[in-house]
Design a protein around this ligand. Structure first.
Ligand SMILES: Cc1cc2nc3c(=O)[nH]c(=O)nc-3n(C[C@H](O)[C@H](O)[C@H](O)COP(=O)(O)OP(=O)(O)OC[C@H]3O[C@@H](n4cnc5c(N)ncnc54)[C@H](O)[C@@H]3O)c2cc1C
Ligand SMILES: *[C@@H]1O[C@H](CO)[C@@H](O)[C@H](O)[C@H]1NC(C)=O
Ligand SMILES: *[C@@H]1O[C@H](CO)[C@@H](O)[C@H](O)[C@H]1NC(C)=O
Ligand SMILES: *[C@@H]1O[C@H](CO)[C@@H](O)[C@H](O)[C@H]1NC(C)=O
Ligand SMILES: *[C@@H]1O[C@H](CO)[C@@H](O)[C@H](O)[C@H]1NC(C)=O
Ligand SMILES: *[C@@H]1O[C@H](CO)[C@@H](O)[C@H](O)[C@H]1NC(C)=O
Ligand SMILES: *[C@@H]1O[C@H](CO)[C@@H](O)[C@H](O)[C@H]1NC(C)=O
Ligand SMILES: *[C@@H]1O[C@H](CO)[C@@H](O)[C@H](O)[C@H]1NC(C)=O
Length: 494
């Protein structure tokens, strides 16, 4: 053998030895798996709700124990390999749960265990809400979880979690009793009010900055039959629907009732976008609908309605585990209680951007703003205070989160759509500001991380946590991740 061949062979051997996927697979437990590109398992594991959130990793690792996760974290740190932790794959930001390095799939951390005597539900870190609701169906218990059942328990809860039950029980994270986590150094630990309380505070809003969460333990809440439905209206009903939303926001005091309002621009079918259409989801968490509840909405003629009840919570949630298949971006803003004038401002912006992006010259198919009118006391349930969790920085006044979604199909338009949603959000914030609806960041005003746009013109961690909570997050990070292992994965980095 010529010496140049020896050198080539040695180099190849060294590459194999330092290849993180090879190193990891040599030390995993028997039930764990490693999948390589173009296998069915690989493709399924990297799937996301938005196709624009998918990246192609070197390999997918599917750990089956905390020890397996320790092996992965040790290896990515030693080899400085970028990695991803995917829960339910609903992040709208590329790189938050996707990577070109090692992709950790939590598919084997998929279970829901109700403990009636303890009044808790323990849920694996890779479970989706639909599995939770399916398992709890018929037990008389539930947890404060996702409205869209396909969303993951992981990202939803670690960011906040606005639920159908938020008016009565606060955010999902307010209902956490304990988290089990594999810390960046590979140690398995728990976080609760009594065990690592600083980490417990930080994980409630701090996502993947502190390790991989293997189990979420929630307090159980009683679940009876419910009422609910999705009502769509003709564009001409926009003013009436906006007025009904604001009236509900101002006058409803029943914490079992919840509304989500969407103002949506859609293609008209003739090459241009139609006028913004209003739609509402109405939910009542009980077997008897109080007299007059939602009557303002029912008085408006609908195009379609799925209103039904009494039905089970699982029937209400639906079984939709599908992905959107679109490219897209989310963005966020939060306001003080809405006014009809502001909701008209939002509709005007949807209209303007429908013209600008939907005149046959882009692949835009969906522009929407979600309006979420919670009750003013919603975030003070469970005795929660601003010291309870990293998010939100203040709980009074209540700030109402809004989600902006631009969906499109053509990858060549990623930059155009990114710039457009940045501009759209800025217009809406300026209008809200002009109407006195923006609570200043200096006083604890914040936006919601799980809806926010990342990237150079997007949101910043300060926007979610405020200066005091961000400082606390950073000190917890220094304590539990002094070597910045979790900086090798994407997401909102503190
Ligand atoms: C269709 C749709 C509907 C939505 N509805 C709501 C809603 O009603 N209310 C609301 O509050 N939000 C809602 N969201 C936003 C949602 O909460 C976020 O997208 C959330 O981050 C998704 O969590 P995931 O686990 O599915 O996503 P992923 O993309 O898998 O994860 C998001 C982030 O969390 C991290 N993460 C996930 N699991 C773990 C874990 N076990 N340990 C450590 N880190 C982890 C990931 O690394 C990633 O950075 C919705 C989103 C979509 C797309
Ligand atoms: C996966 O399949 C695609 C398309 O068939 C091919 O271009 C690519 O090289 C394959 N990747 C690997 C790593 O085999
Ligand atoms: C979790 O398990 C259920 C069946 O129990 C399955 O339907 C679901 O697809 C699994 N989810 C994940 C994320 O693997
Ligand atoms: C991470 O890797 C560095 C070497 O790059 C090492 O010094 C450090 O101890 C490792 N940290 C952990 C938590 O394994
Ligand atoms: C709220 O209720 C009061 C008293 O019934 C009514 O005067 C007021 O108009 C309602 N608010 C809205 C926005 O409808
Ligand atoms: C397309 O249809 C919408 C809704 O019917 C209508 O308002 C608009 O004028 C039409 N645009 C064109 C270019 O025909
Ligand atoms: C698309 O066309 C509309 C209407 O002519 C125009 O206002 C808009 O700037 C165009 N948008 C893009 C992204 O080219
Ligand atoms: C709230 O605090 C009260 C008084 O300390 C206590 O009795 C109650 O159990 C607490 N509620 C919750 C949900 O923690």
């Amino acid at each position: 053998m010529k010496s140049s061949q020896v050198v080539t062979l040695l180099a190849a051997a060294l590459r194999v030895a330092s290849d993180p996927c090879t190193i990891i697979s040599a030390s995993l437990s028997a039930d764990a798996n490693v999948y390589y590109p173009n296998s069915t398992e690989y493709t399924l594991a990297i799937e996301h709700w938005l196709v624009s959130s998918i990246q192609q990793p070197q390999c997918v690792v599917e750990p089956s124990s905390a020890q397996d996760i320790a092996v992965i974290l040790k290896t990515v740190n030693a080899t400085k390999t970028p990695f991803a932790v995917k829960g339910g794959g609903h992040s709208s930001n590329i790189g938050f749960s996707s990577t070109t390095g090692v992709h950790i799939s939590l598919a084997q951390f998929n279970y829901t265990k109700l403990d009636v005597s303890a009044g808790t539900v323990a849920i694996g870190g890779g479970t989706n809400w639909i599995s939770v609701y399916t398992t709890l169906d018929g037990t008389g218990f539930n947890v404060v979880g996702g409205r869209n059942p396909a969303v993951g328990v992981g990202g939803f809860t670690l960011g906040g979690g606005y639920s159908w039950k938020t008016n009565a029980h606060g955010l999902a994270l307010d209902n956490l009793v304990q988290l089990s986590i594999v810390l960046p150094d590979g140690t398995a630990a728990t976080a609760s009010a009594t065990s690592n309380p600083d980490l417990f505070f930080a994980l409630k809003g701090g996502f993947n900055n502190f390790g991989v969460v293997t189990e979420f333990t929630f307090r159980a809440v009683p679940q009876d039959l419910v009422f609910g439905g999705h009502l769509t209206f003709d564009a001409a009903q926009l003013t009436a629907v906006n007025a009904a939303v604001v009236a509900f926001e101002q006058n409803n005091t029943d914490t079992r009732a919840a509304v989500v309002h969407g103002i949506t621009g859609l293609p008209a079918g003739n090459g241009s976008f139609a006028a913004p259409v209003p739609g509402v989801q109405l939910f009542y968490d009980g077997p008897t609908l109080p007299e007059g509840m939602f009557s303002d909405f029912f008085a408006i003629p609908t195009l379609t309605t799925t209103w039904a009840g009494p039905i089970t919570f699982l029937e209400w949630s639906g079984t939709d585990g599908s992905v959107s298949g679109l490219r897209g971006f989310f963005h966020a803003f939060s306001t003080l209680p809405h006014t009809t004038e502001f909701l008209q401002d939002v509709a005007d912006e949807v209209s303007a951007f429908g013209t600008s992006l939907g005149s046959g010259n882009t692949s835009a198919v969906y522009l929407s703003v979600a309006i979420e009118p919670f009750i003013s006391t919603a975030l003070r349930n469970n005795n929660a205070t601003s010291r309870s969790s990293a998010y939100p920085p203040v709980r009074s006044p209540l700030l109402l989160p809004s989600n902006i979604f631009f969906g499109y199909t053509d990858a060549a338009e990623d930059a155009i759509m990114y710039a457009a949603i940045v501009q759209f959000q800025a217009h809406i914030v300026a209008k809200a500001q002009a109407r006195g609806l923006i609570y200043p960041e200096s006083q604890g005003g914040s936006t919601y991380s799980n809806y926010a746009l990342a990237g150079p013109d997007g949101a910043h961690v300060l926007d979610f946590y405020g200066p005091a909570h961000l400082a606390q997050l950073r000190s917890v990070r220094s304590k539990f991740d002094p070597d910045h292992v979790m900086s090798l994965t994407g997401g909102w980095k503190v």
